[in-house]
Design a protein around this ligand. Structure first.
Ligand SMILES: Cc1cc2nc3c(=O)[nH]c(=O)nc-3n(C[C@H](O)[C@H](O)[C@H](O)COP(=O)(O)OP(=O)(O)OC[C@H]3O[C@@H](n4cnc5c(N)ncnc54)[C@H](O)[C@@H]3O)c2cc1C
Length: 386
C-alpha cells in the first residue's frame, strides 16, 4: 500500500496549490481526484479565461459565519503573490474592471502551471480515482474504488456540490462530518434567481441594465439581466450569496439618479412614459409602470402618483421563488463550520493531522476572482503547515 507524508483529496484549485506548496518543502504528496483531468472548475472559471484573483480583495469580500476566519490566510497570500506565480509561468494576463485579473489566453495556462510545479516537486497525481472513504488510525487510510493510500496527514480539498457537471460532489462535507465537523447546510451561491410564474415583469428576457439590489441589508450595484426564469447578471449573482429562501429583495432600476429630479428637469408637458422610455429600456418601463400612470402628463401627477413612481423605480419589491440551483451555481455557500478549523493552518481542531481548505469550508467569495483566491490562499496555509 503506497504511503506518503500527505494525501490530498481533490485535484482542484485548492488541492493543487496546497500540493505544490507542501511538496516544495520536501514532503511526499499524493493528490487524488475522480476526474480524468485535474482542475476542472479552474478550466471553466471566468468563461474559460479564469478570473484567478482580484487586486482589491479584502476580508469583506467573503461571506463566512466568522468574518475574521479568512484574515490570516489572505494576509499570507496576496493577489500580487498570485500575479507573481502567473508571471513566473509566462501566463499572459489582463486586468478588467473592479480589479479582476483574468488569463488573457486560456484558463488551461493556470492548470498547466500548477501541474508543472507539482511535477517538478514530485507530487504523485492519481486521477480517475473515486474516493470512497477515509479512516484514521496511526495516520489516514484513504479507500479508493481501486486500492488504498495511507499518509500521516490528510487534506480534504473536495470543494462543494456546486456545478456537479464537472465532478463536484458533497463527499468533502460527508467526510468532514464523519470526523466530527459541523456542516452549515450547503446552498447554491453566485446563482441566478427564479421568480414566480405570475411575476409582473416576466417576458423581458434579454433586457440588461445597471441596477441596485438590496437583500438582507446589503446592497450591490452592477448589471441586471432578465432571463426567461427570472433574474441574473452580476448584481443578481452577488445578491444570491446573501439571500435566504422566502426573503424579499428591493430593486433600484435607476441607481445613481433620482426620478424626482428627472421629472422636474423634463418640465410639465411630456408624458410620464416618454420620460421613462428615455431613461429605462422601453419594454421594462411599460411592464413596470401601469398604463394609466404612464399616460399622464408630468404636470398632472399628484403627490401620490409621484410616490408610486419613486417606489416602482427605486424600491421595486420582489420575492424570488428560488434559485436555479446547484447546477447553475458558481459557488457553494455554507459548508464546514470554520469554528473547528485553525485559521492559520487550516488544520482541524477536532482531528490533528486533518486539514480542510477551499470551497469545502463555510467561506464564499463574491463574484470577481475571490473564490479562486480563497482556494489558493487556504491551500497555501495548509501546504505550509502540513
Ligand atoms: C462555472 C464556474 C465559473 C467560475 N468562475 C470563477 C472565476 O472566474 N473566479 C473565481 O474566483 N472562482 C470561480 N469559480 C469558483 C471556483 O472555481 C471554485 O471556488 C474553486 O475551484 C474551488 O476550489 P476547490 O479546490 O475548493 O474545489 P474544486 O476546484 O471544485 O476541486 C475539488 C475537486 O474534488 C474532486 N472531487 C469531488 N468529489 C470527489 C470524490 N468523491 N472523489 C474524488 N474526487 C472528488 C473534484 O473532481 C474536484 O477536482 C467558478 C465556478 C464555476 C462552477
Amino acid at each position: 500500500m503506497p504511503h506518503y507524508d500527505i494525501v490530498i483529496l481533490g485535484a482542484g484549485a485548492s488541492g493543487l496549490w496546497a500540493a505544490m506548496t507542501a511538496a516544495k518543502r520536501g514532503k511526499s504528496v499524493c493528490v487524488i481526484d475522480h476526474g480524468k483531468k485535474a482542475g476542472r472548475k479552474i478550466l471553466i472559471a471566468g468563461g474559460g479565461k479564469c478570473n484567478f484573483t482580484n487586486l482589491q480583495a479584502t476580508p469583506a469580500d467573503f461571506v463566512c459565519r466568522n468574518p475574521h476566519f479568512v484574515k490570516s490566510a489572505l494576509a499570507r497570500l496576496s493577489p500580487w503573490d498570485v500575479v507573481s506565480f502567473v508571471e513566473n509561468h509566462d501566463i499572459p494576463w489582463e486586468e478588467r474592471e473592479h480589479g479582476q485579473l483574468f488569463c488573457r489566453d486560456s484558463a488551461e495556462d493556470m492548470v498547466e502551471a500548477l501541474l508543472l510545479e507539482c511535477r517538478k516537486a514530485k507530487v504523485v497525481l492519481r486521477l480517475d480515482s473515486e474516493i470512497t472513504g477515509v479512516t484514521q488510525a496511526d495516520g489516514f487510510q484513504v479507500t479508493l474504488e481501486k486500492g488504498q493510500v495511507t499518509a500521516a496527514s490528510c487534506l480534504i480539498a473536495l470543494g462543494g456540490p456546486a456545478w456537479p457537471q464537472v465532478g463536484a460532489t458533497d463527499m468533502g462535507h460527508r467526510l468532514a462530518k464523519q470526523f466530527g465537523h459541523t456542516i452549515i447546510p450547503a446552498r447554491p451561491a453566485l446563482v441566478p434567481f427564479t421568480l414566480p410564474s405570475d411575476w409582473k415583469l416576466k417576458g423581458l428576457t434579454g433586457i440588461a441594465l445597471p441596477a441596485r439590489l438590496t437583500v438582507g441589508g446589503k446592497s450591490f450595484t452592477e448589471n441586471l439581466l432578465f432571463t426567461h426564469k427570472g433574474l441574473s447578471g452580476p448584481v443578481a449573482l452577488h445578491a444570491s450569496c446573501h439571500w435566504e429562501k422566502g426573503q424579499e429583495m428591493a430593486v433600484d432600476f435607476l441607481p445613481g439618479n433620482r426620478i424626482e429630479s428627472l421629472l422636474v428637469e423634463a418640465g410639465g408637458k411630456p408624458l410620464v412614459r416618454t420620460l421613462l422610455s428615455r431613461i429605462l429600456p422601453e419594454r421594462l418601463a411599460t411592464a413596470l409602470v401601469p398604463a394609466k400612470l404612464g399616460g399622464q402628463q408630468i404636470a398632472q401627477l399628484t403627490l401620490k402618483d409621484q410616490e408610486r413612481l419613486v417606489s416602482l423605480i427605486h424600491d421595486y419589491r420582489i420575492t424570488p421563488s428560488g434559485t436555479e440551483g446547484m447546477r447553475k451555481a458558481e459557488a457553494t455557500s455554507g459548508g464546514v463550520d470554520t469554528a473547528d478549523v485553525s485559521s492559520k493552518t487550516m488544520e482541524s481542531r477536532l482531528t490533528p493531522g486533518l486539514y480542510l481548505t477551499g470551497e469545502l469550508l463555510d467561506v464564499t467569495g463574491q463574484l470577481g476572482g475571490f473564490n479562486l483566491h480563497w482556494a489558493w490562499a487556504s491551500g497555501q496555509a495548509a501546504g505550509e503547515s502540513m
